[in-house]
Design a protein around this ligand. Structure first.
Ligand SMILES: Nc1ncnc2c1ncn2[C@@H]1O[C@H](COP(=O)(O)OP(=O)(O)O)[C@@H](O)[C@H]1O
Ligand SMILES: [Mg+2]
Length: 307
């Protein structure tokens, strides 16, 4: 739930099949709507002339921002930030228009959220291990670039099938940099989604919230909990709770002091990733390992899973 205060505007127009979007000197034709979020809509599009400037890219995703100054400024910031990043596990930026209205991205097939829903009770251990490894490697890269994502959750993690992969393996990519920030520090409002938030980001001290690299790691731990168990750590309905109530619920859940808490369910799960998920979910951010050291451990698990 992002804290973007909506201005009173007419709802964004939804584009339909065959509508055109022009970015720079390329015109794209809308095929279908891929998703909707706080910002607007994302569409699957094909360049009108796929053989020119777009090279071999025959399909793209275009994120269309709502057309008001607040959303456009956030979208411009997202485009600028993404254009500076290049990593196999971060959504690949292709183009943007100067107003911020359109952001052209590589096309992915589905979100981790959809994959989890199709795979109850939890993803196959080898796939879950790849998800964790890929996302940790994205976090290591972001840490080096001094960037915090601040909204890591299954809807913002995308699957990209590797073309012609004999094993049907895919790449997992971190997307939605709308709330990402350079040089983490204090923020005046909490931006992350409540049920994925690290406890320290729920505490408002000196009129500010702190969200740093360990907070992103905690959110990834929450994502991985859901990935291996098929169940959310905290019920999404809790997103309406206040920060302090959520913080208390998190503490109870993670310390397992309440009968029937999700952690008890999790303890029963025989996942080789269990210890590494628990490390990311440490309540005290100082107790969480760095993304780099966790990546090393999780990569070793991958080698043993492959036999
Ligand atoms: N590159 C992409 N390829 C495929 N689907 C995407 C892509 N980018 C976004 N989507 C879909 O659109 C949804 C919203 O996009 P997102 O960037 O998360 O916007 P918001 O900031 O509004 O949450 C995602 O959850 C996903 O379903
Ligand atoms: Mg999103």
């Amino acid at each position: 739930m992002k804290k973007i205060i909506a201005t009173k505007k007419t709802p964004p127009k939804i584009l339909g099949y065959n509508d055109k979007i022009t970015v720079g000197n390329l015109t794209y034709t809308v095929q279908s709507r891929l998703g909707a979020g706080t910002f607007g809509n994302v569409y699957r599009c094909i360049p009108q002339n796929p053989t020119d400037q777009a090279g071999i890219i025959d399909q793209v995703a275009i994120k269309v921002s709502q057309d008001d100054p607040l959303h456009l400024s956030v979208a411009r910031k997202e485009g600028t930030l993404l254009s500076q990043l290049k990593h196999p596990h971060i959504i690949h930026y292709i183009d943007k228009d100067p107003t911020g209205r359109f952001l052209v991205l590589e096309l992915c097939s589905q979100t981790l959220n959809t994959k989890i829903k199709q795979s109850y009770p939890g993803l196959d251990p080898a796939i879950a291990q790849r998800v964790y490894q890929h996302l940790l490697s994205a976090l290591v890269y972001l840490t080096k670039k001094n960037i915090v994502h601040r909204d890591i959750k299954p809807e913002n993690i995308l699957e990209k099938q590797i073309p012609k992969s004999p094993t049907l393996e895919s790449l997992w990519k971190l997307a939605d940099f709308g709330t990402a920030a350079k040089n983490p520090g204090k923020a005046t409002c909490r931006v992350s989604t409540l049920t994925f938030s690290a406890p320290e980001t729920l505490i408002h001290i000196d009129n500010a919230y702190t969200h740093s690299y360990p907070s992103d790691l905690f959110s990834l731990g929450v994502v991985m909990y859901e990935t291996v168990t098929g169940k959310p750590l905290l019920n999404r309905l809790e997103d309406h709770l206040t920060d302090s109530k959520n913080s208390e619920l998190l503490r109870i859940t993670l310390t397992g002091t309440q009968p029937g808490s999700p952690l008890k369910h999790y303890i029963l799960i025989k996942s080789p990733l269990k210890p590494y998920i628990e490390q990311a979910l440490a309540i005290d951010p100082a107790q969480r390992p760095s993304a780099a050291s966790l990546l090393e451990e999780v990569s070793k698990t991958g080698r043993s899973l492959q036999g």
